[in-house]
Design a protein around this ligand. Sequence first.
Ligand SMILES: [Zn+2]
Length: 264
Amino acid sequence: MRLHKSTLRRTAADLKRLVTGTITHVSVSEPVAALTFDDGPDAEHTPRLLSLLDRFGAAATFFMIGEAAEKNPCVVEMVASAGHAVGNHSWDHPSFPQISLGEQWRQLRKCERALAPHGQKLFRPPFGHQTAQSRLLAWGMGYQVVTWSLVAADWLDNEAEWMADHVEKEMRPGSIVLFHDSLRPVLNPRYGDRGRTLKAVELVLSRLGDQFQFVTVPQLLARGRAQKKDWQVEGKPEFFAQLREPDGGQWRYASATRMSGRLN
Ligand SMILES: [Zn+2]
């Protein structure tokens, strides 16, 4: 049998997607979509968000930071017992391409322990930063890697109304939408305030609640076919240099990357 060049190219593309392919949305025939919340749990904002979701009968997915989960085990429990999905967002939010493979493994494992018994085998890479190597590691540890197809850009200085308008306009059946119920690290400590995100979510649910059913990522995956994208994204040194801890101090991994010579 002779293999045509086009067949080989297709096979190579399939293999590449297997290695670096990451779920961004789901092909569905019904009006269902998934809201996701990263960087929590937060003792104040996550419970407020839970009441909001409950009021609109919406389910969501929370990609939690292990360190925050360990500090707020009752909130993790509340999220899971309300029927939402809990996923892994690393132990303390480093950019995976900036740390060693061994450290990446420890980040995933330590977060997994903090989320037990509620965590599901879903991983969202911090900042969405991923290499083929870190993608393979997550696969080897049994994780599905889930990013997003729509962002509210709630890590910036955006007004609730603007975020809600944008999400309303771009929402499609099968969308996976990125929000943050906590924010860490921050580009500016002022952006850490989650009041605007909660307001935006309330507006989205009140405007779209009749048109869409909001479900968890596993429920969405069960309703259709996962759509994957070749997702290899690495952060730039200028971006890391701007990041701050929520209290305004320098981001802990900024100095680590600087020491390794990646930042000047
Ligand atoms: Zn994050």
